[in-house]
Structure formats: structure tokens, C-alpha cells
Write a protein that binds this ligand. Structure first.
Ligand code: SAM
Ligand code: SF4
Length: 466
């Protein structure tokens, strides 16, 4: 079943929706924004229509609506994670990536399990609780996919006086159903994969060698993951490869397909914009560069189109762009990231062996301080996944807004844990004040839970959640 054309990506339908909605009247835009404010999501035509917004006044209305939806559902929380690059070995030829097989300009290395453990210790000592394990599409020969399974096990096994990693998400090449089952048994949180581009012709042009040339194998990957019982999946496209409006609508078609077949859509959407990468002309000159304003617009539209799906912003973007998009819908960010295997043990800012260059080099503590100064609560919470609130269960809880009864208190207690155990004095002061103000502004059960959990952390208990 999974090697037939992925007909749920219907290119003709996408172009038709974009053509039919290319010149909307302000009244039509307002109508779609009013529908979006009900937080029930949008259809393909609605999304196409919003992509046509150019007028600054309408753009401001779009951004305001996205901000309201974001704050209503997510409050001021921002979930934090760190990528963990375990290997840059790769057999594919993706023209935009420094890890592609023929690139002789980088040093190849797959971390040993001991080296992985060292990287994890560094992340734990910084205060991280969630990692996204990343690898190229080739594993050390003697191990095969078992290498990834061992790496996951290693991450979970590292525990020291500063804590432990509580959730491992993975971004690795598409797996078979059997391999997905093994990944589930290894206790992964989210399986994440980016289609790169849903446009078949462009896909063929930019993937010139290796297994990744098979568009359908990649497009069906999340079906296989769900069939294997993984119900937290993450999607995304690599922005810059093709017209972002097409990609946005194709992403919606992928989401509708997953909702239709499995009753639940993706847990997260990532919005990676292409960044320069060693020896990649394409990465320095993306064929369809996405401007800053289109990038913000896209984040806002996604927030309205799938209000309960997390939006992830990586350190590919600058601190300023990251700040701007918190208000538009971003709910998860990476911080203090390195994109080369072994990068956390090194001191240099941008290693040429990195997958791509970063826009935000600040260490975790500085990001936390900045985020908290803006009034956002950095959350290290991993409660839902550990309590089995994933997939449909998570959505059932999230949709009526009940998740705030869990997420707000858990976010605050995990933030308090960070402040107490890892933060610089300056960050601690700003953070403690924010926690006080936030709890003062809460009411009912959420407030009671937040006070109780934060007090437990103050009393020396770690890892408390509801
Ligand atoms: N190798 C696996 C794959 O390709 O699916 C997973 C890991 S790959 C390192 C993770 C993602 O990095 C890719 O899906 C791609 O979207 C992104 N990426 C590659 N080159 C990039 C670049 N120059 N700028 C930004 N992101 C890039
Ligand atoms: Fe390899 Fe993934 Fe980079 Fe492509 S994007 S070259 S598959 S690591």
C-alpha cells in the first residue's frame, strides 16, 4: 500500500484553490478570520485565501487573530528542546544539505554510544529535559537501524545529580512499519519528518541520489508510523525549495489525510527555512526564498488552520524572528542548539561540519531569560507523553481547552525546576517574578494546581506534574 502514489497530495486541487482565491475582498478575509477565531480550523480554500493577503491592514488583522488563538489555547507557554545530532553519515544527495553523500567538505562521524552519553550529560547539565535526536540516512554498517534504537536507549539511560532527559523525539529517515514499532517500543515521543517539498517535480530535482529520491516512500511515512502505533507525529517542509503557498496547502492535504485515516493529525508542524550549508549552492540561493513577512504570515495562517497543533521554531531563525513569531503561533522552540555530531562538547560557534548555519547562537540560559522577559513561560514539561496523553487522547483533552488545566501548572513547575537547579541568578530573578505574576493572574483549579506544584518544587521535589 505504501509504495503507490500518494494521491492525497493533489497538485491540481492546490493550484485551483490558489487561483480561485487569489484576489479576496476585505470582507471575505474578515469572514475567514471570524471563522478562524472559533478555533475549529480552516479548510483548503480558507487557507488559500489567507495566503493572498498583502494589504498591511488585513495582515495586521491576520496577526491579531493568530495571536488571540495562540494565547487562548496555549497561554504564554513555550516548550523548550534541544536537537541532538548523533551522526552526519548519509547516502542521499539532497542538494540543500551539508550531509549529502558527495560533500567532501565535512568531517563524517557517527557518535559512539559513549560519545552520545557525553553530549547528553552536557544537555542535562544545562537544564534540558527534551531532545530531538537527528541523524543522516545511513547508520554505522554493523548496526543498521539498531544504531538509532541504541542511541535512544543511551539518551534515556544517562542520569546524574542534575537530572535526566525525559522525552526523546526523533527526526530520522522514513522507517518501515516494523522499525516504527521498534522505535515506539524504545519509548520515543514524537516521530518527526519533513517532506521537504510536496511538489513532485521539485522533489525530483533536489533529491538527486539515494533512497530519498522516492517521493512516495517519504509521503506515506507517517501512515506507517501511525499504523505502528506512533500517534505523535511531526511534519514540515523545507521552506525555500518551492512556492510556500503551494507547500502550505499541500501540508493541509497531508493533515486532512491523517485526520481522515487515523482520526488525528500531526502533533507538531515545523517551519524550517533553508539556511546556508557547507558546499551547497542551493542552500545559499534557495530557488523560492521566503521573505520575512511571508514567513510570519505563514506561521499565523498555520496557527489558525490547525489551532491545536504545536508549531516549532528552530534556531535556524534569528533571535528577532523567533521573538516575533511567538505572538503569531509558535509554541515550541529549540535553544542552545548545535547541528553537528558532538557539537555540545565543542566550543566553536559554527562548525563547517554542521548541517546548516544557525541564526540564534545564544546559550539556553540567555534564551530563557529573554523569553521570560517577554512574559513567556519556558516549559520543560513532558507530562502528557509520560501519562499517555498522546494522539487522539491529547486532542480530546486539548480541544475543549482543558489542556490548560494541565499545561499551565506543569509549565510553571517545570520552569521553577529550571530556575532552581540550572539558571543564572539574573535569569532566576526574572523567572521567579514571572511565576509570581502568572499565578496571581490565574484562577480556579489551574491556580490551585500551579501553586501546589510550584511549592513542591520549592520544597526540593523535582519532576512534579499533573
Ligand atoms: N536525514 C533525515 C532526513 O533527511 O529526513 C533526517 C535528518 S535531516 C538532518 C533533518 C532536516 O534538516 C531535513 O529534513 C531538512 O528539512 C533539514 N535541512 C537540511 N538542509 C537544510 C538547510 N540547508 N537549512 C535548513 N534545514 C535543512
Ligand atoms: Fe541526508 Fe537528511 Fe541531509 Fe538529505 S537532509 S542529505 S537525507 S541528512
Amino acid at each position: 500500500m505504501y509504495n503507490v502514489p500518494a494521491d492525497f497530495i493533489n497538485e491540481a486541487k492546490i493550484w485551483e484553490a490558489l487561483e480561485q482565491n487569489k484576489n479576496p475582498e476585505p470582507a471575505q478575509i474578515k469572514e475567514v478570520l471570524a471563522k478562524a477565531a472559533e478555533m475549529k480550523g480552516l479548510n483548503l480554500n480558507d487557507v488559500a485565501l489567507l495566503t493572498a493577503i498583502n494589504d498591511p491592514e488585513m495582515m495586521a488583522e491576520l496577526f491579531n487573530t493568530a495571536n488571540t488563538v495562540k494565547e487562548t489555547i496555549y497561554g504564554k507557554r513555550l516548550v523548550l528542546f534541544a536537537p541532538l545530532y548523533v551522526s552526519n553519515l548519509c547516502k542521499n544527495e539532497c542538494l540543500y544539505c551539508a550531509f549529502r553523500a558527495s560533500n567532501k567538505g565535512i568531517v563524517r562521524h557517527a557518535l559512539s554510544q559513549e560519545e552520545i552519553a557525553k553530549e547528553v550529560e552536557i544537555l542535562i547539565n544545562q537544564g534540558h529535559k527534551r531532545v530531538l535526536l537527528v541523524a543522516g540516512e545511513s547508520y554505522p554498517e554493523q548496526d543498521g537501524f539498531q544504531y538509532v534504537l541504541d542511541a535512544i536507549k543511551t539518551v534515556y539511560s544517562v542520569k546524574n545529580e542534575h537530572g535526566e532527559i525525559r522525552r526523546v523525539n526523533i527526526n530520522v529517515a522514513p522507517l518501515t512499519v516494523e522499525e516504527f514499532k521498534q522505535a515506539k517500543d524504545a519509548n520515543i515521543g514524537t516521530y518527526q519528518i519533513f517532506q521537504e517539498t510536496y511538489h513532485r517535480e521539485t522533489y525530483k530535482k533536489v533529491h538527486v541520489g539515494g533512497k530519498k529520491r522516492d517521493y512516495n516512500w517519504r509521503t506515506w511515512a507517517l501512515h506507517r508510523a501511525m499504523e505502528a502505533g506512533i500517534d505523535d507525529v511531526g511534519i514540515g517542509v523545507l521552506l525555500g525549495l518551492f512556492d510556500y503557498r503551494f507547500e502550505l496547502l499541500a501540508t493541509m492535504q497531508h493533515i486532512f489525510e491523517l485526520e481522515d485515516k487515523f482520526g488525528v493529525g500531526p502533533h507538531t508542524i515545523s517551519v524550517p527555512r533553508m539556511e546556508p550549508a557547507t558546499n551547497s549552492d542551493m542552500a545559499s540561493h534557495p530557488p523560492f526564498p521566503v521573505s520575512d513577512i511571508d514567513f510570519r504570515k505563514m506561521v499565523a495562517i498555520l496557527r489558525l488552520a490547525v489551532p491545536y497543533t504545536g508549531i516549532i521554531m528552530s534556531t535556524r531563525e534569528t533571535a528577532k524572528m523567533r521573538r516575533d513569531t511567538f505572538a503569531l503561533g509558535v509554541s515550541q522552540i529549540s535553544a542552545g542548539s548545535k547541528t553537528n555530531p558532538g557539537g555540545y562538547g565543542e566550543t566553536s560557534e559554527d562548525d563547517p561540519s554542521s548541517q546548516f548555519s544557525l541564526g540564534d547562537h545564544r546559550p539556553l540560559d540567555e534564551v530563557i531569560r529573554d523569553v521570560a522577559s517577554m512574559g513567556y513561560i519556558p516549559s520543560f514539561c513532558t507530562a502528557c507523553y509520560r501519562m499517555g496523553r498522546t494522539g487522539q487522547d491529547f486532542m480530546d483533552l486539548a480541544k475543549p481547552g482543558d489542556i490548560r488545566l494541565h499545561c499551565a501548572p506543569n509549565g510553571l513547575s517545570s520552569f521553577k525546576e529550571y530556575l532552581q537547579n540550572y539558571a543564572s541568578p539574573e535569569t532566576r530573578e526574572i523567572g521567579d517574578e514571572l511565576i509570581r505574576e502568572t499565578i496571581a493572574g490565574m484562577s480556579g483549579i489551574a491556580k490551585q494546581r500551579a501553586e501546589k506544584l510550584v511549592n513542591r518544587v520549592k520544597a526540593g521535589r523535582d519532576d512534579v506534574y499533573c
